[in-house]
Design a protein around this ligand. Structure first.
Ligand code: ATP
Length: 479
């Protein structure tokens, strides 16, 4: 466990030192659980999003993209259930008045044991039975847990807590110049609803027939009570979500297909097999409208945690929005001449969580000539910088001039950096630490033989390549 904490600390420190991720508003003391992506972080995150878009939109005939607004009509969130139930149960410590998400006071195992115990007590099915509001179940469980486990306040060690209460996680703001209850709108807590409310627009304009899907990447906001683990759980984050519309009888099949497709996406981008697993939700963990849900989890230094969830949401969303908007969101099938509400398969992932997982997975340390070499072994599509051009001697103008010229030429095609601010050994280490795939070194001989030394990140093998052929050589390697 100690080692794991150390690994996470090393990654957080590398992210800050090398410009991947900074604390938001750091000069003012920082804003809790909000992060900024620096010059390298923005490239890495963009590469993650591009790889996703390429795979789920450009790579398929049955998918289209969307970019819906963050602010939506407030009725959206009534229809979706977020106004009434997108909340966590919190308790307040009666001594220090700090508030905690109640789950955080108990271990997962303790809650699961208590849950079983409760289910045995309520032989008629309550509180495990479906149809009982989730909140009621949670309330009973937490009251029971507080009474039987007598937990300590993580801050002041007091053992006296308020009763559990609901805390809605949506951020509110006002729309227009008047700040009253009629102008309240929400910062969307998920991107999915933007797709549901555009269902008819997309059917009409994209002329897609079932099964088809809509993909979207965008910011979401949740006023998380217990955020943490760096960028894993934050209050502002990005999601990449798909809503895939299918005939009800085909939903179970498509659910399985999407679980496999999304699971394999991480491997195609170099993720270590043993670090990823699927977790199927047991029936009593499912949201009341969902028929199935499988999480893809990554083994972070802080334990197995969700990267993405793939749910069979049934026809809940389109039914709800039809009812609340008064618009008929049913699909008309020309073959059978019948209307019906499609079922929805939703693969919903976090951009920040995927980015963090790729960072953790890429991090490696090895001993080379009695020194520790830190390397981010990113997949070539994810590496923020593909090529670094380095002059061997920065005081020799012809070498610097040639190196700059090569850099200018390569950057038209690849993401490149030029660096002459240290000795070559140090320059290599810097590039390894940010995951740059190739270092191109210009030396004295380059002036005569018109060749450069190209060093590959993972093997550290070096090859002499003619400057004239360098672009083609790199193109083949980066394909
Ligand atoms: P969790 O149980 O971890 O809170 P969730 O099940 O509430 O996640 P969903 O509502 O299914 O998450 O959201 C889909 C995805 O969005 C998650 O799998 C995760 O990758 C990402 N996500 C959700 N909440 C956050 C957050 N606070 N910070 C970063 N990413 C998040």
């Amino acid at each position: 466990m100690k080692q794991d904490t150390q690994l996470m600390d090393k990654i957080v420190s590398l992210c800050k030192r090398r410009g991947f991720i900074f604390q938001s508003s750091e000069i003012y003391g920082g804003l809790g659980s909000v992060w900024d992506y620096g010059p390298l972080g923005v490239e890495l995150k963009r590469n993650v999003k591009n790889a996703w878009w390429k795979s789920v939109v450009y790579g398929r005939d049955d998918m289209v993209g969307l970019d819906a607004a963050i602010l939506m009509h407030p009725k959206t969130w009534e229809a979706s259930g977020h106004v009434s139930s997108f909340s966590d149960m919190v308790v307040e410590c009666k001594n220090c008045h700090k508030r905690f998400r109640i789950e955080s006071l108990f271990g997962e195992q303790i809650l699961s044991n208590l849950d079983h115990k409760l289910k045995n007590e309520y032989k008629d099915g309550f509180p495990g039975a479906r149809g009982i509001p989730e909140k009621t179940k949670a309330y009973v469980l937490f009251e029971f847990a507080l009474a039987t486990e007598n937990p300590e306040c993580p801050s002041c060690k007091n053992k006296d807590f308020s009763k559990p209460t609901d805390f809605n996680l949506m951020f509110e703001t006002h729309h227009g110049p008047v700040k009253d209850s009629a102008s309240v709108v929400y910062m969307r807590p998920e991107t999915a609803q933007g797709i549901f409310v555009n269902f008819l627009n997309i059917v009409d304009t994209a002329r897609k027939k079932l099964p088809f899907g809509v993909a979207q990447i965008g910011k979401s906001f949740r006023n998380e009570i217990t955020p943490g683990n760096f960028t894993f759980r934050t209050r502002e984050f990005e999601q990449m979500e798909i809503e895939y519309f299918v005939r009800p009888e085909e939903a179970a099949n498509f659910h399985q297909q999407w679980v496999e497709e999304r699971f394999n996406w991480y491997f195609a981008l170099g993720m270590t097999k043993e670090h990823l697993r699927k977790r199927e939700h047991p029936k009593d963990e499912l949201a009341h409208y969902a028929a199935a849900c499988t999480d893809i989890e990554y083994n972070f230094p802080f334990g197995w945690s969700e990267l993405e969830g793939i749910a069979n949401r049934t026809d809940f969303d389109l039914r709800q929005h039809s009812q609340f908007s008064g618009k008929d969101l049913q699909y008309f099938d020309d073959q059978t001449q019948k209307k019906f509400f499609p079922y929805i398969i939703e693969p919903s992932g976090g951009v920040d969580r995927a980015t963090l997982a790729f960072l953790v997975d890429a991090y490696s340390e090895e001993e080379v000539k009695e020194r520790t070499r830190v390397v981010l072994r990113f997949h070539k599509d994810l590496a923020p910088v593909k090529v670094a051009v380095l002059p061997l001697l920065k005081n020799r103008p012809p070498i610097v001039e040639l190196a700059r010229k090569i850099n200018e030429d390569l950057r038209k095609q690849f993401v490149c950096v030029y660096d002459d601010t240290a000795a070559i050994g140090k320059l290599y280490r810097r590039q390894d630490e940010i995951g740059t795939l190739f270092c191109v070194t210009v030396d004295v001989e380059s002036l005569d033989d018109k060749k450069v030394t190209v060093r590959e990140r993972d093997t550290m093998q070096q090859e002499r390549v003619a400057i004239e052929q360098l672009k083609d050589w790199l193109t083949v390697k980066l394909k």
